[in-house]
Design a protein around this ligand. Structure first.
Ligand code: CMC
Length: 400
C-alpha cells in the first residue's frame, strides 16, 4: 500500500531529492534568513550595529522628539514635514479619524469577544469594502487610503473594545494628538501629558522595521497588483502571530504569570526545563539588543514611577537579567512594550492591535514603494515530495 505524502517532509529532504536540476541544488535559507529580498529607502535595520534608521534618521534621534504624526509623514513622503505640512497632515488625519457609515453600525454586529486582531482584520477589510475608490491605483489615491487607515485604526480598536465591555463608543476629540485620541477613545478620560507622549513614542518606535514578516506580506500582496486594503489586511494577519506582533501580549501574560520579582528565577528555570520560548526575547536580525528596547524601557520605568506601582517594571528588569545570564538572549521591541502598554491602562488583549496601529504608517509606505517599482514577488520552492506515483482509482484506494 502506497503511503500518502509526508506532510512534514523537511527532515527527509536530502533522501527524496530527485536529480540535480538548478532549483533542486540551490541553497535554501530556512525562513529566508539573511536573504536580501529587495531594495527599500524607508527603513534600515542594521543587525550588526543594532541600529534602526527611518529615511536616514536614526531612531534614537526621533524617539521622544518627533511625534507619530511627523514620523508617519516622514515614512510616507520621505522627508520630515515643515510646520505647515505637519499642520495640514494632522488636519487630514483628524478628518479621517471619525468612522464613516455604515462602519459604526457594522462594528456593533461583529462578535464582541472575538480576538481583537481578528476583529481589526475584519474591520479594515470592511473599510475597503465600503470605499468606492478601493481599486484606484494612483499614488494620490493610495495615499488617501493610507490616511484613512492610519487615522481610523485607533478609532476602530477603541470602539470595538468599548462595545465588548458594554460601553458607548466615544468619538475622537479635536485638539488631541493621534496617540492622546486613542487613549481618550479607549478609556474615556483625557490622558496626562506623560501618558500621551509615552504612547506617541511607542507608536513612533514601532512605525516601521524593514522587511519584517508583516511588511513583506504587504509587499507580496502589492506585488500582485492587488489593492491597498488587501495588502494591509494580509499584513494584519501576519502580525497576529506570537513570533511576530502577538509577542507583546504574550510577554505581558508572562509577567502576569510570574507575579513578583522573586518568582522570576524559578519561572526561568521552569521555562528552561520545558524548552519554552521567552516572549519578547531574541531577534532574527539584531545580533544584540533591539535598538527600540532601551527607549521603551526608559518610558516604562517613568510610567511605573508615575503610577506608584513599580512591580511590572521590576519583574521585567529582573527577567531581562536572568534570561540574559541563562541564555545570552537579548530583549526585543515587544518586551518593554508589555509593561509600557500595561501602565497606560491598555488591556492586554489589545496589545497586538497597538502594534498594528503603529505599523500602519510603515505598511502603507511599503505598499507605495512596492507599487512604485513593482515586480511580482514569486520565489521558488524545492519540491521534496515523491515523484511518479501510480494513480489509484477512487474505488481501489484503501485507508492508510
Ligand atoms: N526564547 C528561548 N529561546 C530562544 C528564543 C526565545 N525567545 N529566541 C530564540 N531562541 C533560541 C531557539 O530556541 C534556538 O535555539 P536552538 O538552536 O537551541 O533550538 C535559537 O535561539 C535560534 O532560534 P530561531 O527560532 O531559529 O531564531 P529565529 O531567528 O528564527 O527567531 C524569533 C527569531 C524572534 C522568532 C525568536 O527569537 C522568538 O521566537 N522569540 C520569541 C517571540 C518574540 O519575541 N517575537 C518578537 C520578535 S521581534 C518583533 C516582531 O517581529 O514582532
Amino acid at each position: 500500500m502506497t503511503q500518502p505524502p509526508d506532510p512534514h517532509p523537511r527532515q527527509k529532504a536530502s533522501a527524496t531529492l530527485a536529480g540535480d536540476q538548478p532549483a533542486q541544488s540551490a541553497e535554501i535559507r530556512r525562513g529566508l534568513e539573511g536573504v536580501v529580498a529587495g531594495d527599500t529607502a524607508i527603513s534600515d535595520v542594521d543587525g550588526q550595529r543594532c541600529q534602526l534608521i527611518y529615511r536616514g534618521y536614526p531612531i534614537d534621534a526621533l524617539a521622544g522628539r518627533a511625534s507619530y504624526e511627523e514620523v508617519s509623514y516622514l515614512l510616507l513622503y520621505g522627508a520630515l514635514p515643515t510646520r505647515s505640512q505637519l499642520a495640514d497632515w494632522s488636519r487630514e488625519l483628524a478628518s479621517r479619524r471619525i468612522l464613516d457609515p455604515p462602519l459604526p453600525a457594522i462594528l456593533q454586529q461583529l462578535p464582541p469577544h472575538a480576538d481583537p486582531m481578528a476583529l481589526l482584520r475584519s474591520a479594515v477589510s470592511l473599510l475597503g469594502l465600503y470605499d468606492p475608490k478601493a481599486e484606484e491605483e494612483s499614488l494620490e489615491a493610495v495615499r488617501r487610503k493610507a490616511v484613512t487607515v492610519i487615522a481610523s485604526t485607533p478609532t476602530i480598536v477603541a470602539t470595538l473594545w468599548r462595545l465588548r465591555t458594554g460601553g458607548r463608543a466615544l468619538p475622537p476629540k479635536s485638539g488631541l494628538s493621534h496617540a492622546a485620541n486613542f487613549l481618550w477613545m479607549l478609556l474615556g478620560t483625557e490622558p496626562t501629558e506623560q501618558q500621551a507622549s509615552a504612547l506617541d513614542a511607542y507608536f513612533t518606535l514601532l512605525a516601521d522595521h524593514g522587511f519584517n514578516a508583516s511588511t513583506f506580506t504587504a509587499r507580496t500582496v502589492t506585488g500582485t497588483k492587488a489593492d491597498y486594503y488587501s495588502a494591509i489586511v494580509a499584513a494584519i494577519g501576519s502580525l497576529k502571530g506570537p513570533l511576530h506582533g502577538a509577542a507583546n501580549r504574550k510577554a505581558m501574560e508572562m509577567l502576569l504569570e510570574i507575579g513578583t520579582a522573586e518568582q522570576v528565577e524559578p519561572y526561568v528555570q521552569r521555562m528552561l526545563t520545558d524548552h519554552k520560548r521567552f516572549m519578547g526575547f531574541g531577534h532574527r536580525v539584531y545580533k544584540g539588543e533591539d535598538p527600540r528596547a532601551k527607549h521603551l524601557k526608559r518610558i516604562a520605568h517613568a510610567l511605573g514611577q508615575a503610577s506608584g506601582e513599580m512591580k511590572w517594571f521590576a519583574i521585567s528588569e529582573r527577567l531581562q537579567e536572568v534570561v540574559w545570564e541563562a541564555k545570552r538572549l537579548s530583549i526585543n521591541v515587544d518586551f518593554y512594550s508589555a509593561s509600557l502598554l500595561h501602565y497606560l491602562g491598555i488591556p492586554t488583549e489589545l496589545f497586538t492591535t497597538m502594534f498594528a496601529c503603529a505599523r500602519m504608517a510603515g505598511w502603507s509606505a511599503h505598499v507605495i514603494e512596492q507599487a512604485g517599482d513593482n515586480r511580482l514577488i514569486r520565489p521558488l520552492a524545492r519540491y521534496v515530495g515523491p515523484h511518479n506515483l501510480p494513480f489509484v482509482p477512487l474505488e481501489h484506494r484503501a485507508p492508510s
